[in-house]
Design a protein around this ligand. Structure first.
Ligand SMILES: Nc1ncnc2c1ncn2[C@@H]1O[C@H](COP(=O)(O)OP(=O)(O)O)[C@@H](O)[C@H]1O
Ligand SMILES: [Mg+2]
Length: 291
């Protein structure tokens, strides 16, 4: 059999990662109220502002991400539930949002029963991954907002997360408490379902500059996890907590607030980090191909 040859141009294109590949991230932490939804929604809003095509997947039956974008989960023809359990095409569940470039797969109350229904399904840990494969290349970023548990919905998100897990961490007492279980789950998923899985980012949220404790949490996390922890720290900001009740992201609700500035900066840091990683991969690929 004749071996195949790769042209220089193809090698460059491969090395520069020119094919559009959808990057998929899961926002997970089994603690509730740490800023998973706020981070997924507002980071998504600013990635869209920066020209990226973003799909937000609301995998939490509480549907906070959906309502944060003005979608009423009680009044939906199709939701993530239909894509996972009824095997409807994922594309049929996608809705546009008021923000150009930001699309949503909404959650619905029915999703609460999905974990139980999934138990008897074949390849139950891969349902979301298979659904996302059908839209590969149509978005630059898929951000999956996980529920505050480590059940099958979160496992489906982790199995899909080709570009890693983003862990929001609230700057408070015992911030890292309980992360051990998330670590264990990630380890288990890596061993059996998604060998590429890793924690690609940690976002420090609800930082209150008036307390020494918050400073301590930031420096502890940044020194223990220098590669994961984003430099951008999200302050506690009342505008961020008000925006969802108006069905808006911070980008339209209070674009000049401290919360908005922080999420804009986070989006920039996020893209800069991806670009730096892309270059590192390109360098090693070129080396490999040339070797
Ligand atoms: N930086 C922040 N400043 C003030 N309130 C915040 C901030 N981040 C999140 N919140 C509020 O805290 C609550 C929990 O945040 P949320 O993102 O829903 O957490 P999770 O998705 O992890 O449960 C929500 O009411 C949200 O509006
Ligand atoms: Mg949430």
């Amino acid at each position: 059999m004749r071996g195949w040859r790769i042209t220089d141009r193809q090698a460059r294109s491969l090395a520069q990662n020119e094919t559009i590949v959808t990057r998929i991230y899961a926002f997970a932490n089994q603690k509730g109220g740490v800023g998973k939804t706020t981070t997924a929604v507002n980071l998504g809003a600013y990635l869209a502002e920066l020209g990226r095509r973003v799909l937000l997947v609301d995998a939490d039956p509480q549907a906070n991400a959906s309502s944060s974008l003005g979608v009423d989960p009680a009044d939906l023809p199709l939701s993530l539930y239909d894509a996972l359990i009824r095997r409807r095409p994922l594309a049929a569940t996608i809705r546009s949002t008021p923000l150009p470039g930001l699309a949503l797969v909404p959650s619905a109350p029915a999703l609460a029963g999905a974990e139980v229904e999934m138990v008897s399904m074949l390849a139950r840990e891969f349902l979301l991954r298979r659904a996302l494969e059908t839209i590969n290349g149509q978005y630059d970023h898929v951000l999956i907002d996980c529920p505050p548990s480590l059940g099958l919905l979160t496992v489906n998100a982790l199995t899909s997360a080709s570009d890693g897990v983003i862990v929001p961490i609230q700057c408070e007492y015992l911030a890292l408490e309980g992360l051990g279980r998330l670590w264990q789950t990630i380890q288990l998923v890596r061993e059996s379902l998604n060998p590429q899985l890793f924690i690609s980012g940690m976002v420090l949220t609800m930082f209150d500059s008036r307390t020494n404790l918050a400073e301590q949490v930031v420096s502890e996390v940044q020194s223990h996890f220098p590669d994961q922890a984003f430099r951008t720290v999200i302050p506690r900001n009342v505008r961020l907590s008000e925006a969802p009740s108006y069905g808006q992201t911070i980008r339209t609700y209070a674009p000049n607030s401290a919360g908005a500035q922080a999420y804009r900066a986070l989006a920039q840091e996020f893209l800069a980090r991806e670009a730096a990683e892309g270059e590192a991969v390109a360098t090693s690929e070129t080396g490999r191909i040339g070797a």
